[in-house]
Each structure stands twice: as C-alpha cells, then as structure tokens.
Design a protein around this ligand. Structure first.
Ligand SMILES: CC(C)(COP(=O)(O)OP(=O)(O)OC[C@H]1O[C@@H](n2cnc3c(N)ncnc32)[C@H](O)[C@@H]1OP(=O)(O)O)[C@@H](O)C(=O)NCCC(=O)NCCS
Length: 161
C-alpha cells in the first residue's frame, strides 16, 4: 500500500491510451466500449485518476504499471454532481486497499472542484463493488432495467460528498 501513487492524468500519448484500452477490456470487457476514441475525451473534459505503482516516476510512460482506474464525468444538468463512469482495480491487485484509496482520492479531487454529489451505476450482483461504495456512504437510489443493453441491469447509487 505504501508504494501506491494516485495521479490525475492531464496529458497522454497514444501508447498510454492503448495501454489503458487494453486494461479496460481485461477488467470490464469489450462491452464497456472505452477505447482510443473515448479516453482522450475523458482526459480533456472529464477526470481520469489512476493508481500507479510508485516507482519514483510520476509520468505515465510505457513502463509505468497502472493498478487501478477511476473515470469521472460531470453532470451537464447539475454542475455540482459527477458520475463515476468506470472504476476498477486490476485483478491481481484487488483486496489490497487500492480500490478504497483510489475512491478516497477521487472524492478528494472532486471536492476541490466543488462537486457535492457523486453518482454511479453498478451491477446489482457486483457485491464487492457495492460493499466498497457503501463503505464510502453511497446508497441505493434506483434500479434501471436493461440500462446498458438487454439483460444488463444496473443499480443507481449516490453519495453526498
Ligand atoms: C470493486 C473493486 C474496484 C474493489 O477494489 P479493491 O482494490 O479490491 O478494493 P479494496 O481492497 O479497497 O477493498 C474494499 C473493501 O471491499 C472488500 N472486498 C473487496 N473485494 C471483495 C470481494 N470480492 N468479496 C468480498 N469483499 C471484498 C475488502 O475486503 C475491503 O473491505 P474492508 O474495507 O472492510 O476491509 C474491484 O473488485 C474491481 O475492480 N472489480 C472489477 C471491476 C468492478 O466491478 N468495478 C466496479 C464497477 S461499478
């Protein structure tokens, strides 16, 4: 845990973007559709926060190990609200506190931007994620059947931060 660096990504190159695309598919599946078309847009207009293995380098180059990813967008209708678009820790690194650290720091970063409420959608059977979110004060506030396609239901959760 001591060697984890949480970093907000503000610039990038194609190698980094392709590395992230690969991680998205490994951790969320191709269905998430997060690719080289979306990632640069998210970096410029949303927030991309990553957990890195702290090797003394703060730059995200080819050698930097990305352990977890938090992708956030602001609500266009409610400027004080943000949405967790995607959140994961790489399989091998789970249950070591990285998810908690990444969520804690993501909330800290959002607060500095005057965000007061954070929302997300989660698979109702994803007990690990729901446990983590509840630990941070998120509460169930709705159910969307077929939200991301036939049979892909989601619970909506939200938290005042
Ligand atoms: C959900 C996820 C981000 C959690 O990351 P993580 O790094 O394992 O989280 P942490 O190590 O900080 O664990 C947080 C808590 O959840 C518990 N936990 C984590 N995974 C668990 C599991 N599979 N079963 C039961 N409890 C689990 C931990 O024990 C810890 O509990 P504690 O704080 O009471 O000690 C990770 O499992 C993941 O990436 N899953 C796949 C992607 C995903 O589902 N993302 C969410 C999309 S909405």
């Amino acid at each position: 845990m001591n060697n984890i660096l949480i970093k907000e990504i503000k610039d990038f190159d194609l190698d980094f973007v392709l590395k992230l695309k690969k991680l998205e598919i490994e951790n969320l599946g191709k269905v998430s559709g997060i690719n080289e078309w979306f990632i640069p847009v998210l970096i410029k207009y949303g927030k991309l926060i990553v957990a890195l293995e702290n090797s003394g380098f703060s730059k995200c180059d080819k050698k930097t190990e990305i352990l977890g990813v938090s992708e956030l967008i602001r609500d266009w209708n409610d400027y004080n609200c943000a949405f967790i678009h995607s959140f994961y820790v790489r399989k091998h690194f789970r249950k070591k506190g990285i998810g908690s650290l990444l969520l804690e720091k993501s909330i800290e970063i959002l607060k500095k931007d005057n965000i007061k409420r954070l929302e997300l959608s989660v698979d109702p059977k994803n007990f690990a994620a729901i446990y983590l979110y509840e630990k941070f004060g998120f509460r169930f506030c709705g159910f969307r059947k077929d939200m991301y396609g036939k049979g892909i239901d989601r619970n909506i959760m939200a938290c005042d931060i």
